[in-house]
Design a protein around this ligand. Structure first.
Ligand SMILES: [Zn+2]
Ligand SMILES: [Zn+2]
Length: 264
């Protein structure tokens, strides 16, 4: 597991470069702002988040993956009590964790205090691969604590947690990218995974649209629980992305980090 961080970072950088190239070659929507200002901010937020998680790791070594190793050593959690083939355990764990993240996302939209944190993600006025890494550090830390708690309950194989983190990170970058998928391909991929068009509905300025499509990886939860909206009412070219009030401040780092505490 010593290589876990390096593998995850490598996959992240590789996918980031691939999606950034693809969205530059086949963009879905025109940008309202130059990439440079937003990218510096979204990347800076990510550096702050990485440092936050590193700080958290002093108290909770290796975070979610470490929790899986610890639960195994202690014999804690469901999957340490039952014997299943590894592949089946991995599939079930990834499904449960993806559902938990879906539910957590829904809750962050419904609880006003949590929405204050989560709206930093929604404040981006353009959507692209960097929107996937734009989350307030407090939200990232809370999400990690929730994941660690869940891992202690489940007691999954560490590899299942590593795979889940890679899948979540990869699919989030994919569905935030400003990538034009042919309609037929979108329809097929959407049967299982959240596509960029599907997640864009979730970034609409309109409340009933952004209170839908909570999935980050699998598209099935929204369809199962009636929170699925197929397309934005205004169409993908004309819809407004961001918060109801639109200006250029979400591109500024200080403003973005302070947004949860602002009066608005
Ligand atoms: Zn959201
Ligand atoms: Zn999003």
């Amino acid at each position: 597991m010593e290589n876990e961080t390096i593998i995850r970072f490598g996959v992240f950088l590789g996918l980031f470069a691939l999606l950034a190239t693809l969205e530059a070659l086949a963009p879905r929507r025109a940008r309202s702002q130059p990439r440079s200002t937003r990218w510096v901010t979204n990347w800076s937020v990510t550096v702050v988040n990485t440092l936050t998680l590193r700080a958290l790791a002093f108290a909770l070594p290796l975070l979610a993956v470490g929790a899986a190793l610890d639960a195994e050593a202690q014999g804690w959690g469901l999957f340490n009590a039952i014997a299943l083939p590894l592949w089946l355990e991995v599939v079930i764990v990834v499904l449960i964790m993806d559902f938990a993240i879906w539910l957590q996302h829904l809750v962050t939209h419904k609880v006003p205090l949590l929405w204050r944190l989560h709206r930093v993600h929604h404040a981006d006025v353009d959507m692209d691969v960097t929107t996937a890494i734009r989350f307030h550090p407090v939200e990232i830390a809370l999400s990690m604590l929730l994941k660690i708690g869940l891992v202690y309950l489940l007691g999954p194989a560490a590899i299942a947690v590593v795979l889940f983190e890679i899948i979540l990170n990869g699919t989030a970058m994919f569905n935030h990218s400003n990538l034009a998928l042919p309609a037929w391909l979108d329809r097929i991929v959407r049967l299982v995974l959240v596509t960029p068009d599907m997640h864009r509905v979730h970034h609409s300025v309109h409340r009933h649209e952004h209170d839908s499509n909570y999935g980050f990886s699998l598209s099935i939860w929204d369809k199962m629980f009636g929170t699925y909206i197929a397309q934005p009412k205004a169409g993908h070219d004309d819809m407004l992305v961001g918060l109801e009030w639109q200006d250029t401040r979400p591109s500024k780092l200080g403003w973005s980090l302070a947004l949860p505490f602002s009066r608005k």
